[in-house]
Design a protein around this ligand. Structure first.
Ligand code: RB5
Length: 143
């Protein structure tokens, strides 16, 4: 399992801790930055992460910014990406069960680190339900 992860300056501290948490679980992590608290544009790390997910050079992605919305909006411009925003463990489970999100997005300025870590664990451990949800996912791409 290889996971790509990115954040802007608002999510950089949670990203560093999540990388350690994932590595402890034996997951290979590819860090797309940013790695400082200096103000930067979330697009500059979101597009490279999304391209890696689309190409399959990482299996899944995790992205953090202040609200999560800049990351989600940017990531979802890529046809091969289903980026889902989660701010609770219940939504972290549903975004996998129903949406099979291949990128998990979280709002670092609105949740605790403890919650972010719990959401990641839940999202990773929850299976996609398939069935009617697969049919809906199949209708998402714009042709
Ligand atoms: C940065 O101030 C903030 O705009 C960014 O982290 C994110 O919330 C954008 O959607």
């Amino acid at each position: 399992m290889k996971i790509g992860i990115c954040s802007d300056h608002a999510g950089v501290e949670y990203k560093a801790k999540l990388i350690k948490m994932l590595q402890k679980r034996g997951i290979e992590v590819v860090n797309f930055g940013t790695d400082t608290t200096e103000s930067m544009d979330y697009t500059d790390v979101a597009h490279p992460l999304a391209s890696a997910v689309e190409k399959g050079s990482v299996d899944l992605g995790i992205a953090l910014c202040g609200t999560g919305n800049g990351m989600a909006i940017t990531l979802n411009k890529h046809q091969g990406v289903r980026a889902g925003l989660a701010w609770s463990t219940a939504i972290g489970a549903l975004v996998k069960q129903h949406n099979n999100a291949n990128v998990l997005v979280m709002p670092a300025r609105f949740i605790s680190y403890r919650m972010a870590a719990a959401i990641v664990r839940t999202w990773l451990d929850t299976p996609f339900e398939g069935g009617r949800h697969q049919r809906r996912i199949d209708k998402i791409p714009v042709h």
